[in-house]
Design a protein around this ligand. Sequence first.
Ligand SMILES: C[S@@+](CC[C@H](N)C(=O)[O-])C[C@H]1O[C@@H](n2cnc3c(N)ncnc32)[C@H](O)[C@@H]1O
Length: 231
Amino acid sequence: MTSRPGELPTGDEKARDVRRLFDTIAPRYDLVNRVITFGMDVGWRRRAVRELRLPGGSLVLDLACGTGDLCTELSNRGYRAVGFDFSHGMLTATATAAPVVQADILRLPVRDGGAEGATCGFALRNVVSLAGLFAELGRVVRPGGRIALLDASRPDHPVLRAGHSVYFNHVVPLIGGLLSNRDAYAYLPRSMAYLPPAGEMRSMLREAGFPDAMRLQLSGGLTQLFVGTRA
Ligand SMILES: C[S@@+](CC[C@H](N)C(=O)[O-])C[C@H]1O[C@@H](n2cnc3c(N)ncnc32)[C@H](O)[C@@H]1O
């Protein structure tokens, strides 16, 4: 990250820094994910895909697919998955058999109403404009289609929240440094500041065309999952 310490980049600078960061950590991204979440990330993605509740064979776009874990999960559930990500490094490290496309998820190369569903795993705080992303979801998902969006969260319970804060702010950068890149994994907790409060995100999704949008808390609030149906 090139902005001054304590500051978070915005706009084009953010997009450039995020892409560079993921290009850098791509080779060991999956390993670090498994270690820092104690393997729980696998269950979170599985839950997101389960919440889609679409007919088998539905086309589901996985936005910010990274190394493709959600694409694989979607394929395993009988969906036709296509992944989109702008990091060449992450796409090169993919292990999924689903097709993946290098693209900015704020400008998807997909026609209006072209998909039955969309997922997004742990990338909401990485985009330059969350409203822009939600508008793009509203554009590409056809009426009756479903979305399932995952991102990190902080537990509500004060004790869990305190423990989580120590782990996320101090232990995760340490593990990330040992296995991959310390700066990148120090950015991870800082980037939580990009996420608006849950109620605001739900309202934004409702305005973007998902009137039943709701938020589920997973694993005691370590992760949040937004689900909704396109009106
Ligand atoms: C934390 S990773 C998540 C990867 C994957 N979804 C997962 O569940 O492991 C965030 C991903 O978002 C991608 N990303 C962020 N902003 C993007 C954008 N505007 N367009 C495309 N990809 C983007 C990054 O390149 C990175 O691969």
